[in-house]
Design a protein around this ligand. Sequence first.
Ligand code: ATP
Ligand code: MG
Length: 547
Amino acid sequence: MSLPLTKAPPSSRWRLERSVFLWQLLLAGAVLLLVCIAMTIPQELARPEMFFFGVVLVFATTAAAGVIPWGRLGKKWTILVPVFDIVAVVILRTGEPSLGSGFFLVLPVLWMATYYGLFGAILGPAVSMGALIGGLFLMDQTSITTRVAGALVIPIVLVFVSTATFLGTRKTQAQRVLLRQQAELLESAFDRARRDERTLDQVMNTVSFGVVAVNRFGRPTIVNSTYRRWLSAFGTPATSYFPAVDYGEDGVTPLEPGERPHERMLRGDSFENLIVWYGEPGEKRLALGMTSRPLTNAEGQREGAVMVSRDLTAEIDAIRARDDLVASVSHELRTPLTSILGYLELVLDGESITGQDREYVDVALNNADRMLSIVSDLLLASQEEHVGFLLNFAPTNLAVLAKQSIQSLKPVADERRISLLLTSIGSPIVYADEFRVRQVIDNLLSNAVKYNHTGGRVSVAVIGDEREVEIFISDTGRGMTAEEQKNLFQRFYRAESVRNSSVHGTGLGLAISQEIVRAHEGDIRMSASSPAGTTMVITIPREQQEE
Ligand code: ATP
Ligand code: MG
């Protein structure tokens, strides 16, 4: 049941009633003291019946203050109590002015100025003054001092008391409001912080990647449920946030102390997509791609670190499955292809075939040849370890190789009006595998033509010094974005735009070329790329060990 709006709720009602009674009790106490003094001083009261009536009125008002349910009546009615008090005190004063009971007026005036605002602050002194002046007429013989005190001094004192109390109360109330507002603000800030923390917690435990954060003392502050699940799947106790052993990218080499991701995180290292394997080789395993960053506070000081891990097991398994499939398919295709090539060559060697038929067979032979080289590349690329290169090192003239490569590409380049230019400075001779290095130059030149514009230019420069020979292959093609440059040498990587175009390729050319050049202890890199073109550089050192 709800109370009518005008009425105060029970607790504030009780507070109001108690406060009225206590204020009244104060005056009653003071009057009781006055009565005791009057009784002990052997002196005739000016008007005993008035004094007695005043005392009775104070106690009657006190009784009323205690009995009347002010809470139910409403606060505004309680002002009657101090008004009655003022009248009673003035009657007391009329009974015997010399006892100084007029000062008791301070109590009801204080009360009114404290609780009834400006209205109470004005009403208190006004009622007092009216009553005091009225009281003067009731007195038998009034001295001039009593008259002045009653008409002027006491009211002036009361006005001061009332004003000071009113102002003081207003200030206290303003401070109380301010304090309450600040408390509310603080509470809502706390609420928000708690809510944010809860949200963060829920988000952390919903995401499918692992999150570990440590504070600056290295103690874990977040280990989200995904990461905890991974850890417990490999028998890590709940008290630890890293497994007993973790393996490197190859999946078999245990990571050295100091190189383990959690140790690097504690050191404040930044790393990205570090591949780490959990679980023993041959058993159930988990491959994680881990990224870590140090955390800093607003002043830029280190506050700890965070490490986010992604489950890459399925991705790595899929890549392996693709490589296995590619390896077996290309391997199986090679035998029938070799046979086709052999028979086509036999046909062409014979005299029986002439004219257009010979042309057709020639085209078939060329395509079968190309198919065989693609299949061989695929096979090579799909092998996990490419150390199996069989290189036949011999003195090789790289300028001659570049020239041959240009010649073989000329028909394709001519079709798109792309000019091919060769320059050579210094000695171009190195110790290398001629067939493989030619393959590298072919790959790079074919890219320079493939990704060029119609009417473009490709220039090849072979530059030899004492230590090495460098081959610069520059084109005026489409260039590469930063993302493309980063992935250029990855197996099967082809730029998004290229994949959607009519330019064919497997994305293996550069990966294979890099393998070959590295087997020569050389290097292959992109030296420049802009929308105006790309320059690739192959470096083959002169010092070669015959293997
Ligand atoms: P293939 O295996 O037949 O050579 P591919 O040419 O697509 O196929 P890569 O030679 O390895 O593969 O090149 C990888 C990718 O790098 C290309 O798909 C292309 O997006 C980009 N790229 C390589 N060379 C250039 C170049 N000169 N200009 C612009 N992009 C290039
Ligand atoms: Mg290529």
